[in-house]
Design a protein around this ligand. Sequence first.
Ligand SMILES: [Zn+2]
Length: 222
Amino acid sequence: MVEERWMIEQLRDALAFLIASCCPGCDEPGTLLCGACREALRPDPVTVRTPGGLRVHAALTYEGVVARCIRRVKEEGMTMLARPLGAALAGALIANAPRDALLVPVPTGRAPFRRRGYRVPELLIRRAGFRAERMLSPARRTADQRGLDRASRARNAAGSMRVGRARGDGGDVVIVDDVVTTGATLDEAARALRCAGFRPVCAIALAATPGRRDTAELPVNG
Ligand SMILES: [Zn+2]
């Protein structure tokens, strides 16, 4: 009896949530993500390089529906959208990550983790159906990268991460992040992993800020 009442309450909550929600892509009411916007999350891979020369494979371009969905996950707690976004990331992981490489998410700072209650890159890896190895942690506080120019981003990221586990014997790692902009964060992650004896093969991002495709450099601040 108690169980049944609990189930009904859960269903009622879920229904109320669905009715109150609207598509993050186009504001269509009563849906978590409409069919047309789900189509917009179909992978459209881009390959770019960080200033340090690390190759980055991104599944999507950070604009329009894609950008709105990612912001919902990052800023509004809509973790349910991590599933369709994770499906796009899965495509990039399958296509580019060596089978035996560890997937290392870019670490989440203490303040954003407290605010959200979850780590976005890690959540995306799990929703993509892969295992995330939480090897990197913040070594110090950094400013929010948004609003910083390329040089300030590099300075802000330098020396900001450390590897909190035993040394790797040259083992392959793939660094994973949600959005890549200048690549300064990924370069710092690669530096920390190299120092700890790992070999970063490449980085994989869910989305890259818009700019030139398949060129040697990343767009500045998209
Ligand atoms: Zn929509």
